[in-house]
Design a binder for this molecule. Structure first.
Ligand code: NAG
Ligand code: NAG
Ligand code: NAG
Ligand code: NAG
Ligand code: NAG
Ligand code: NAG
Length: 468
């Protein structure tokens, strides 16, 4: 047979197999089927459809069209619809012939728009997964069609406009990786919204606006957000008290913006905040007492911000007592502080004074030359200390003695030539990173012996176990 004939045969064979259309029952309990290479829902005719609850369509090459005006579709019970098709064309009626639709997955189906007419009146939709499409707007009218929506996933589209109506069930809204330049949430509109992802957009501000008319009941005026992701946007300025109504927020992501200055008024009202991420904001200026409102704070990431100096009064919690007097107190829950990748040349010995629970302190990739006496004395719970890639020429015996509970000590890539006598120090050490220093032969031999005797493991600079 000639090459041409073989090719034709191959072509016929593969196109036929790949395009083979069939449906199979995947669950007979909640009656569900999976179909392959369907071009319309009307094509399901080898199984009964009147009581069908779940439908998954997997097309590798066939375009699926849904919503013809003359459709004879009979899927009154369909609740779960999962479409994995290269292209979904929504005609005027869209999903409106599916009165029971509750879970809809159209991720990665090349959808350009969702219209009000695409959904049934009294739409029951509780979950919509519509990421990786080409959506450009979500209008208030459209979203008003989804009063029962609990999860809305719209990440990685081209959304430039999203307007939220009152959505009394909404719990998670993901609008990350879009083109939003503004986004407002009206106080009281989403009383049960817990997680809001707005990262990787073009936002210059995040605004909580007040309702035009005071219709919502007072119980619904609490904004119960727990997670707010605003990372990788273009926010250059925070407003004083802008997060004031977010008393239940636990996790705030502001990394990858261009915030220039931070002071305590920016965090006013964040009484439940435990995780605050501020890395990679260009050149950040931190006012004294910047974090004094954040009593519950556990993790603070200030890495890669060009910080040159830290005020000795940066970390601490300000409490007002019954007489109205201020007291600058230790932050009781702060466990992890990331200061990697800044330009710190020196630290005041009081810097960590009010962080008694600190467990992990990351100071890698700075320009530290000396560590002041007493620096680590207030942080006796410290277990991980990363000082890789600095300019340290010496670590004193007193400093080493204050690292009583440190398990992981990383001093790779400094200018160290020796370490003082290690006897009586570092009693809990398990791992150490020492490469990349100009060690003197004799000194190195001595502390190497100590490390071997104590069975301390070496960590390389690029070790996966490193706490980065
Ligand atoms: C619906 O109308 C289109 C043309 O507008 C036609 O091709 C199709 O066969 C019709 N379908 C049914 C089920 O009548
Ligand atoms: C939705 O579909 C996408 C792409 O086909 C898939 O990766 C994802 O797991 C689905 N999500 C759910 C919740 O079914
Ligand atoms: C975004 O979606 C496109 C398809 O629309 C996909 O190719 C791409 O990998 C997605 N990007 C991310 C970051 O998920
Ligand atoms: C958000 O509010 C600002 C000012 O209040 C307004 O200019 C902007 O258009 C609003 N954006 C949206 C998406 O509603
Ligand atoms: C933000 O952007 C940086 C750099 O492009 C990337 O490494 C990081 O994963 C992004 N963060 C999120 C939450 O997408
Ligand atoms: C440290 O202790 C070991 C054994 O306990 C001893 O051999 C060594 O000489 C001591 N080093 C110094 C500098 O005292």
């Amino acid at each position: 047979m000639s090459f041409l004939n073989w090719s034709i045969l191959w072509l016929i064979c593969c196109v036929v197999t790949a395009a083979a259309q069939f449906c199979e029952i995947v669950d007979s309990g909640i009656y569900s089927i999976k179909c392959h290479e369907l071009s319309s829902l009307e094509e399901i005719n080898d199984v009964p459809t009147t009581n069908l609850r779940g439908l998954e369509i997997r097309n590798t090459q066939t375009k699926l069209t849904i919503g013809a005006a003359n459709s004879s579709l009979n899927l009154p019970q369909l609740s779960f619809l999962d479409l994995h098709v290269p292209r979904l064309e929504l005609l005027s009626e869209g999903f409106s012939n599916l009165p029971h639709l509750w879970h809809l997955n159209i991720s990665g189906c090349g959808v350009e728009q969702l219209l009000v007419s695409h959904f049934p009146t009294d739409c029951l939709l509780g979950q919509i997964y519509a990421s990786d499409n080409k959506l450009s707007v979500l209008t208030k009218d459209l979203l008003s069609k989804f009063p029962n929506l609990i999860f809305g996933f719209f990440e990685n589209n081209s959304l430039s406009h999203v307007e939220l109506p009152y959505m009394g069930s909404l719990n998670i809204l993901d609008l990350s990786h879009n083109d939003l330049t503004t986004f407002n949430i009206t106080f009281g509109n989403c009383p049960y919204l817990k997680k809001l992802y707005l990262n990787n957009n073009k936002l210059t501000q995040f605004q909580i606006t007040l309702p035009e008319e005071d219709v919502a009941s007072s119980a619904e005026k609490v904004l119960g957000l727990e997670i707010l992701d605003l990372s990788n946007n273009s926010i250059s300025e925070l407003l004083e008290n802008q997060f004031e109504s977010l008393g239940e927020l636990v996790w705030l992501e502001l990394s990858g913006n261009k915030i220039a200055v931070l002071k305590s008024a920016h965090f006013a009202g964040l009484t439940s905040l435990r995780f605050l991420h501020l890395q990679s904001n260009g050149k950040l200026e931190l006012s004294e007492h910047a974090f004094e409102e954040l009593k519950q704070l556990e993790t603070l990431d200030l890495s890669y911000n060009g910080l040159e100096i830290l005020s000795p009064h940066l970390f601490g919690y300000n409490e007002v007592d019954k007489q109205g007097l201020y007291d600058y107190l230790p932050m009781p829950y702060m466990r992890k502080l990331n200061l990697n990748g800044n330009k710190l040349q020196q630290l005041d010995p009081r810097t960590f004074e009010k962080l008694p629970s600190l467990d992990t302190l990351l100071l890698a990739n700075n320009e530290l030359r000396v560590l002041p006496e007493g620096l680590f004395v207030p942080i006796q719970n410290l277990r991980v200390l990363d000082m890789r890639h600095n300019q340290l020429t010496e670590i004193s015996s007193d400093i080493l003695k204050s690292l009583n509970n440190v398990k992981d000590l990383l001093i790779n890539y400094n200018q160290l030539t020796f370490l003082p006598d290690l006897n009586g120090t570092l009693s809990h050490l398990q791992h150490i990173g020492i490469d990349g220093n100009p060690w003197q032969r004799d000194s190195f031999a001595q502390f190497e012996q100590w490390l071997i005797a104590r069975k301390i493991q070496y960590l390389k600079d690029d070790d996966e176990k490193l706490p980065l």
